[in-house]
Ligand binder design. Structure first.
Ligand code: CP
Length: 299
């Protein structure tokens, strides 16, 4: 039994195995997880993470029990603790995918769970399976996981998936990072300290155009209103790093634009048919990566 809580837990070898299995599952429906049950407990909204995990489970012949709006529909509304909820769901499922708005809840759940707990996003903490699929997208689309330049753009302070990927890339060789954001949304010190310890080269700038011209991978983020308490500040920040067609056309040949999605105006729709835009394919790869993860955990 292994919990999936944060990307620092994983090494390159584990990711290589995950990616090999993911690729081998492309276009497949199997019975590998026949009889296994996945519980998806989502205490915060989701489209991609919950549905791609559930689709992955069904594609492997497994079964799903689901609470899509657990903050309102579960017995947490009656005061049940996360520990008690998990102890109960343990009896019903072989693996639990949990999303929670509060940092720390995943660790509390994992501490009492007898089945694997997968972090489906915990507040502004981490979203490790999103980072796995982001890296898989990079691997599939530019053909390597070492020796590239990635520009993270926009909301780096409150974007758990970007934090997870930055941590994960700290394990790879010669990955240069540029963090494009204003001071209000700058990457937090925990990530920067980790990268410094590992000798990873990173710079901070507000020059979006320059970063987009140079990067092999541009990672756009949503300015997440739910994490920015001051509405006026949110309104001020959300228009700052919009990527439109004129901007994306300046990216170098072979480079890619990724985004975990959902987007809320930070990539304009006319970018979608640019050869650089791979964010919808990225969401598609999410099913493969989550199939591979479930197969390795439960198979
Ligand atoms: N990328 C992502 O986590 O999307 P959802 O919030 O829709 O799951």
């Amino acid at each position: 039994m292994q919990h999936i809580l944060e990307t620092q837990q994983f090494d390159r070898e584990a990711l290589n195995s995950l990616f090999q299995v993911a690729t081998s599952l492309e276009g497949k429906r199997t019975k590998d997880l026949d009889g296994k049950i996945m519980a998806s407990l989502f205490f915060a909204p989701s489209t991609r993470t919950r549905l791609s995990f559930e689709s992955a489970m069904y594609r492997l012949g497994g079964h799903v029990i689901s609470m899509e709006n657990a903050s309102e529909s579960s017995s947490s509304t009656k005061g049940e603790t996360i520990e008690d909820t998990i102890r109960i769901v343990d009896n019903y499922a072989d693996v639990i995918v949990l999303r929670h708005p509060e940092v720390g809840m995943l660790a509390r759940a994992a501490a009492v769970s007898e089945v694997s707990v997968i972090n489906g996003g915990d507040g502004i903490g981490q979203h490790p399976t999103q980072a796995f699929l982001d890296l898989y997208t990079i691997f599939r689309e530019i053909g390597r996981t070492d020796d590239f330049h990635i520009a993270f753009v926009g909301n780096l302070a409150y974007y758990r998936a970007a934090r997870s990927l930055a941590y994960l890339l700290g394990k790879y060789n010669n990955v240069k990072m540029t963090f494009v954001s204003g001071p209000e949304l700058a990457m937090k010190d925990d990530v920067k300290e980790y990268l410094k310890e590992r000798g990873v080269q990173f710079t901070e700038t507000d020059d979006l155009v320059g970063a987009m011209r140079e990067a092999d991978v541009v990672y756009q983020t949503r300015i997440a209103e739910e994490w920015i308490p001051d509405h006026d500040q949110y309104e001020k920040l959300r228009g700052k790093y919009v990527i439109d067609r004129a901007l994306v056309d300046q990216m170098k040949e072979g480079s890619i634009l990724i985004h975990p999605l959902p987007r809320a105006g930070e990539i304009t729709p006319e970018v979608d048919d640019s050869p650089h835009a791979v964010y919808f394919k990225q969401a598609e790869y999410g099913v493969l990566v989550r199939m591979a993860l479930l197969k390795l955990l439960l198979g």
